[in-house]
Structures are given as structure tokens and as C-alpha cells.
Design a protein. Structure first.
Length: 131
């Protein structure tokens, strides 16, 4: 594979990553709205709380997976560029910027912190007592 082809694939995958990011942000917003509606309703029973919690956690699990795929796109691209015998200075700079060619099983640390905060918001809205 040539360097140009690797950059083209990376760019195409970035488009998909961007669309996935927009979708996950919308789903996170929906999960927080469901949690807020669950909290606000006086008619919510245990089953409703469990379903709302499951929905929120499923959204966060899917988001974790999509954001991990986005990070992996960068790492796999760096690995592919690193495998080239003749690479440009831009390719070497990209490899140095990414810092690894070993795929990870997690999104970035900041993304994991954000997802933990969102989990607290969702579960707190559903399960913490009202004052």
C-alpha cells in the first residue's frame, strides 16, 4: 500500500468517526433527558428506573466502543505508515504525534473521564433521592 492510499483511508475513516461522534452526543443527550424525565415523574416505578438505567448504560457502552474505534483509527494509520519503507516527513510526524502503533482497547483518558461523569449524571438523576 502506498502512503497516499493510507492517508485516503484515514480521511475516510475520520468522516465516519465524526458522524459517530455526533450520533453519540445526541444519544448521550437523550439518555440524560430520559433520566431527568424518570426523576421528574411521580409515577416512575422500579421497572421504569431499571429500564432508564439500562438505556443510559447501553448508550455509554456504545459511546465507549465508538470512541475507542476513533482512537484505533489513528493508531492503525500510524502503524500502516510506520510499516512503509519510504515515508514522508508528514508521515513520520504523524507517527510521532500518535506515539504508539499498538492498538488500544479504550478511548482517550479524557473521554473515559467524560463518560464516567455522564454515568454519574444519568444514574444520579434516576436513583438519588429527591429532596
Amino acid at each position: 500500500m502506498e502512503e497516499y492510499q493510507i492517508w485516503t483511508l484515514w480521511s475516510s475513516n475520520r468522516i465516519a468517526d465524526g458522524l459517530n461522534f455526533v450520533a453519540t452526543v445526541l444519544l448521550i443527550w437523550l439518555a440524560i433527558r430520559v433520566a431527568a424525565a424518570t426523576r421528574a415523574s411521580d409515577e416512575t416505578n422500579l421497572f421504569g428506573k431499571l429500564v432508564s438505567s439500562a438505556f443510559g448504560l447501553a448508550v455509554l457502552g456504545g459511546t465507549f466502543m465508538q470512541w475507542t474505534n476513533a482512537v484505533t483509527n489513528w493508531i492503525v494509520t500510524a502503524r500502516s505508515l510506520d510499516a512503509l519503507e519510504d515515508k514522508s516527513e508528514t508521515a513520520q510526524g504523524f507517527i510521532d504525534f500518535v506515539g504508539t502503533t499498538v492498538p488500544t482497547n479504550t478511548p482517550t483518558t479524557g473521554a473515559m473521564v467524560l463518560l464516567a461523569i455522564v454515568a454519574i449524571i444519568i444514574l444520579g438523576n434516576i436513583w438519588l433521592p429527591k429532596k
